[in-house]
Design a protein. Sequence first.
Lengths: 227, 359, 833
Amino acid sequence: MTAPLLALERVARRFRPDRPPVLEDLSFALAAGEYVAIMGESGVGKSTLLNVIAGLDRPDGGSIRLDGEELTALDDDALTLLRRRAMGFVFQAFHVLPYLTVARNVGLPLALNGCPSGEAEARVAAMLAEVGLEGSGPRLPRELSGGELQRVAIARALVHRPRLLLADEPTGNLDPRTAAQVLALLRAQVKGHGGGGLLITHSRAAAATADRVYEFDGRGLRALADR
Amino acid sequence: MSSRRQAAARLGVLALVTALTLAAADYPDVLPGAEVHLPADAGAHPLFRTEWWYVTGWLATGSGEPLGFQVTFFRTRPDGDAANPSAFAARQVLIAHAAVSDPKRQRLWHDQRILRAGFGLAAAATARTDVHLKDWSLAEQGEVFTTEVRAEGFGFALTLRPSVPPLRNGAGGYSQKGPAAASASLYYSLPQLAVTGTLERGGHAEKVTGSAWLDHEWSSAYLDAAAVGWDWVGLNLEGGAALMAFRIRDAEGTPRWAGGTLRAADGAVRILWPAELRFTPGRRWRSPRTQVEYPVEWQLQAGDLMLELKPLMDDQESDSRLTTGAVYWEGAVEARSAGQRLGRGYLELTGYGERLRLR
Amino acid sequence: MTSTGAVRVALTVFAAQLRDRPLRLAVAVGAIALGVALAAGVYLVNESALIEFGRATRQLTGAADLVIRGGRAGFDEALFARLAARPEVEVASPVVELDVSLAAGGTLTVLGVDPLVAGALQPALYGELVGRFVPLLAPQAIALSARAAESLGVSAGDRLAVQLGARQRTLAVIAVLPESAYGRRLGVMDVGSAQWTLGALGRLQRIDLRLRAGVDVARFRASLQLPAGVDALTPQVSEARGANLTRAYRVNLDMLALVALLTGAFLVFATQALAVMRRRQQLALLRALGATRAELRLAVLIEGAAVGALGGLLGAALGVAIAQFTLAALGGDLGAGFFDGERIAVAADLSTLAAFVALGIAVSVAGAWNPARDAARIAPAQALKAGDAEAAPSVRRRLPLAVGAALGGIALALGPPLRGLPLFGYASIALLLFAAVRLVPLFAAAVLARLVARRPVPALALAQLNGTVAQSAVSLAAIVVSFSLMVAMAIMVHSFRDSFDRWLGEVLPADLHFRVTPPSDTAFVSPAQALALEQLDGVARVELWRVTQLSLAPEQPPVALIARPLAASSVPLPLIARATAPNPGLPLVFASEAMRDLYAYRPGQVVELPIAGRPQRFFVAGIWRDYARSGGALAIERSVFEALVHEARYTEGSVWLAPRADGATLRERIRALLAGGETLQVIAAGELKGRALAAFDRAFAITYALEAIAVAIGLLGVGLAFAMQALARRAEFGMLRHLGLRRREVLAMLAGEGAILGALGALYGLLVGVVLSLVLVFVVNRQSFHWSLDYVLPAGPLALVAVALIAAAALTAGLTGRVVTSGSAVRAVREDW
């Protein structure tokens, strides 16, 4: 078996000493090309888990490796640069910058990673086409529907070919029909780009689009089903 | 008010200090043996510190309404710098008071003026009785005197005709004012002046007649240091007689000196010495303006004459703080004896508020 | 939802927001408070000084119906005899009025009065002296006002040495008048002893007249046949004359205070406008819930009024405190030297303070007006949608009004002074500023659209600004308003100072100067002293002046008459115009610019000057620039003057040194020779220049302070705008952090936005400021003070200030960003926007 893309070992996170830890002795692995969903009730620590993986929050103990690189050993700058290069995010609230065109929103990670503008334009155009927004590049976010905005967000999350896609309730603000389309798109994109995908949701329907589903109950991860 | 008083008192003390430290002007003394010579002495005596011409009297309107009037011209020679060539240098200062006692209205019409002599605005002639402050005047005009006053709300133009010869007070006009012989004035009176003229009150003029009394007195050392004021009376008595009497009081109100002259209808003159005069104060009246209390009724014993003095009205107080600096009572009085009227004249009460100072 | 109910709901929402964001409330209230405080403070200082000035004038005039007044030289006392004898005159009070040099330095105004008659006219002033005038008649006796006694450190019984020409005399202080008698510094002497002791025999400066009841004052006045240079003034004119002296100065300060208030209003506008933009969704929600447009608008206006009331109350209280402090520390003229250092109480009545609170409310409501309209215009459906942002500024809507205002501003700048004040000039500045602000969004949009950035962080900053031009424009306008005014003032002051500096060089050509200081009626240099001076070893040349005053118009302050050697070939004056017409053989007079403005003197004209009580004809040979006397100055040949007054005495002079002469030693010798005690100042030209410039800077210190406050308010607005935008963009920053932007890159982006805005503001503000400065230099200053300036652009300092402004804007933006981004990026992205 090849080394996993993402490996968590005995990760612990406690916010306050007088409260039980949010994460305790948590271990989990994700292989390249794998698309995994984590489910759980609100407030059990799903997002903390996501943030720890993204390097936006630091665990109190344990080890997190991305492509064999130990994240806990990196400082904030190195983590930020790693995130810039190797991760993509999709949020529940889209977070598309209102004053930038669709193309510029999508192109942000490429710009940040210093991609030459000619190449970037081509990649953005291709990416938009992949998410079904061909030709929408010059439009402004206020002209788009919610589903379209989340497609823009997905395009932005994947345009720089990240190793890991992190999606936090990406369909929370969408109607079921649009949600289904977005979920299908997410899965297709993760599979198509060869990286790994981690979907955090409390929706069973959403979770059902993943390869594997874990239930997170605050004590640990429990595998629910494999596809 | 009290701080004003204090400031005023300070100024007074300073006046004294200044008078002592700066070379004081040379004022002639009035010493025993000095005499009044008329008509030469009728004019002003500019070297003396103080001088006045004092006209007081009773008037009656056509309807018989009784009134008192007084008009006074003061002259004072301040401690100035004699060498100052300025036309404004205050070599002589002239002050005039005028008042009409109006018992029917219970009102004292009064006004005052003060000017330094010069620029033709105010002067006191030395050759004869002739003193004026702008259009207020008293002057000898041949056989008569005329006086004219144009004051705030009232005025008069009167002719005063002598009916008896002048009366020199004291020894030939030397009138002693205290135990020390140098505390004295030169002093003569013209009693029994027949008055005719017009009197104007509140824009209404009418003819008046009456009788008046003219005093002319000058001195450089009138009151000694212990004296605070005086009580004075000048009465035209029935039948042409006249009585002038005064007493000088100290701070306790005790008489320090007194004097007087009584001329009988036949012209016989009697000089009254301190022992021959007794002033007994009677009813008192308190001024609502200054809160000063004055004895406005008196028992007066002058030689063997016993008189009761009753005021024409109570409020005849003169506030002349703006000119002479004094507040005093100067009013028409009637002299009675056993219910009979013996004469009419004027009573002057000074030094009841604060010590009278003569400039 | 009932109408009042809707407003109440809207207000509840706003109130909750205010509780949630107290900083915003505090800044808005603070801005209004600061503006009102400045306006109220300056107004109260001016008003209190004026009231005191008027009271003092009335105390001096008392119950007089007419005041006969000559210039400083006064008139022959024969006039008194003539007037006092007139039957219409009830009281004629002769007055000698002299500024007497004190041996210990400084001067004291001494009135020589006849307390016997003056007491009838001015009982409050002379009451204490009247009934007891005898001590005052003593030679050299003087009574002092309480203020004079205090400032001179003497009391009754002390002595006071005064300087009369080269001699000193000692006066005896016989009394100190009570505080209530007169609030300013004053000495009172008897008129006779003043004439003699102070060397003014035969002359009076004033006669106060009270006329008999029923006398027609105007008719009597017309019948007086006064000598030339002597006027009969009614008390009202006397008072106006005093107020006229400082009027222009006061109005200028009032205007500066108003600028501060308007900047405050602008800040309210900025906060309200941004709040409305930020709350578009909430406002739209309220609309969706059934609030009408009018109700929303009313709610925003009420919020503005509440901010105004709060700020107004605070500001009024602060204003009284400022006035109290200023009057105590600087005096009634804010240190400009018009008043004689007297103590002035703040004259603040309740209605005045209420008016300032009302002004605060009005200004704040005005500031909220546009935002309220914008709030009402929000389309609910559009605004409720995520990602909604405001539309781009409309050129068609903004341009016509802006152009109209600018044209109006230019037209107004050409207007004449109104009642002696540059009111059109001020209106012009207001209109030009309005036009400039109106054009800010267009300018911002045009410039931002042309800016390109390659690197991602600046590109993001630029994109943000480009995407939010309307919000950026508000910040920009705040910068433009305060910075352009500052630039304009700086250019004006710099031009003034530069012109003044060069002028000083022209009027002080010699090595040493001496003069009677402060100007006085008693200290002078005699011809004998002057002769000895010329013969001093090391002295090459001496030029002597006699400076006195003429009264040419009753309601105007006196005009300075400078009698000095004037060789027609090379007139030692900074001339700006010369007569071309032929001189009909008259003596020459050179008039200062103020004479041209105030008395319509023109080169080539023949004028009559009242000298020695008679009108004397002079030929106006030229106009010269004079920064020393805004009331006007005339220069004539000294020998002409001396022939007219039959008197030779000098008050100023210049000394040229022989080669190799030692200035310092000679200075001491001249000082010893002139023996003027502390009243005669001998000073090197360089030092005199330095002192004059220092005095100039002192006089403008308050201007600088007000300016600085206006800029501070402007920067506060910028900071506020950034803070609010940054708060609104928290989620955006969080997302950018997720995308891999380091925190310092986020801050750099914000600082970049600030720097770009700062640069735009500085550039635009400079342009506008230069335009405004033209109005200030050529209209406002000219019409206020009656002198022209050479326009000088202080490029270096302005560039420096512009750079400082850009840095401050960047720093402000960065700092606010620091506060905002200090929170968790994780939490930020959870917020919906």
